[in-house]
Design a protein around this ligand. Structure first.
Ligand code: FAD
Length: 313
């Protein structure tokens, strides 16, 4: 069975859920091997073992975390010989790693993948999510960047072999040094890209203070809050929560859009959500073309009623 390498996505001691999704996928494609880069593996070992990798490569040198993306590329490059495929998360960093690695390995890369079959045919979302394409890398080791939340999690407890890896970083890998890290306050809500439910507000919300209505619904569902660009550009909600082509890509089980028209650039970031609900007072709003359930109504009435009903359960 071919070895399928999975880059572990971790930060501040926490392993991101997408890692477990990638391990689940890797097991269906071959023999899964996790690749941990940086210090701190020991604290995460048990959690990683729950998702059944046969092996974990650990490159523990703290210096690997000091530079932007390139050290991870060098570790993966070193491990790539003989691998059947390399899976990385389709996050900003993951996609950068995927591209750089493909150049190093002279192989092909597929990004924004939402599924992969046993013969390594990837289903991926292209042209801002407007088209789903099936594609296969035909040269070298396939490098596949998979969207968070695209793969259904399946645990499979195991006790992986651990192999320490050391890498002598090239000068090129040290070209961009990280000089400072701002750790964002981790709020009560789940990460936007990892959440299984996202409630987003748009221009229809009408102002920063009204976003508490959106937050109220999100909190009643244990959801993350998102926003359209109209809302973030207006300063009503921070840019880090923008969903869309120039914001975050989300693919939750449930996406609720309130006061969002459904412009193509917004859809690009949310249309692979499993179930989509829109609340909009305009029955002609384009968002209704892609929803599973649509509520034509004033969000200032509908959202609080919904929050109240959910609170009763
Ligand atoms: P609008 O289009 O103004 O829609 C507001 C909606 O709210 C309307 O449908 C209206 O009927 C409804 N409404 C108003 N009041 C109420 C009420 N009381 N109750 C219920 N409904 C109500 N946009 C993104 O979102 N993400 C991106 O990443 C992004 N990237 C872009 C990149 C580029 C290069 C460009 C050119 C644009 C990008 N945009 C992006 C902007 C995008 O084109 C739209 O302008 C934006 O998505 C519109 O946001 P909206 O739906 O909130 O606002």
């Amino acid at each position: 069975m071919a070895e399928i390498l999975v880059l572990v996505d971790h930060a501040n001691g926490e392993v991101k859920k997408v890692t477990f999704e990638l391990l689940t996928l890797a097991r269906s494609l071959g023999e899964a091997s996790a690749v941990w880069i940086g210090p701190g593996y020991e604290a995460a070992a048990d959690k990683i073992a729950e998702y059944g990798p046969a092996k974990v490569y650990v490159a523990a040198d703290a210096e690997l975390n000091d530079y932007v993306a390139a050290p991870k590329v060098e570790v993966l490059q070193q491990l790539a010989a003989g691998a059947g495929a390399i899976l990385v998360p389709a996050t900003a960093e993951g996609k950068e790693i995927a591209g750089r690695l493909a150049v190093r390995l002279d192989s092909g890369v597929l990004t924004d993948v939402v599924g992969v079959t046993g013969d390594l045919v990837a289903e991926h979302s292209i042209f801002g999510g407007g088209v789903i394409a099936h594609a296969k890398v035909t040269k070298g080791t396939p490098i596949i960047a998979v969207r968070p939340n695209a793969i259904a999690l399946a645990a499979q407890a195991g006790s992986p072999a651990v192999e320490q890896v050391s890498v002598a970083l090239s000068d090129a890998a040290k070209a961009a040094k990280i000089t400072d890290r701002v750790v964002q306050e981790k709020g009560e809500r789940p990460d936007l890209t990892e959440a299984s439910i996202v409630v987003s507000g748009g221009r229809g919300v009408g102002g920063a203070e009204n976003f508490k209505i959106i937050e109220g619904l999100a909190d009643s569902l244990g959801a993350a809050v998102g926003a359209s660009r109209a809302a973030t550009d207006a300063g009503w909600y921070p840019h880090q929560f923008q969903v869309g082509q120039t914001g975050k890509t989300v693919s939750p089980q449930l996406y609720i859009a309130a006061g969002i028209s459904g412009a193509i650039q917004h859809r690009a970031g949310m249309q692979t959500s499993k179930t989509i609900i829109a609340i909009n007072k305009d029955p002609e709003a384009p968002i209704f073309e892609l929803v599973d359930y649509g509520v034509v109504g004033d969000l200032f009435q509908v959202v609080p009623q919904l929050t109240e009903e959910i609170g009763k359960r």
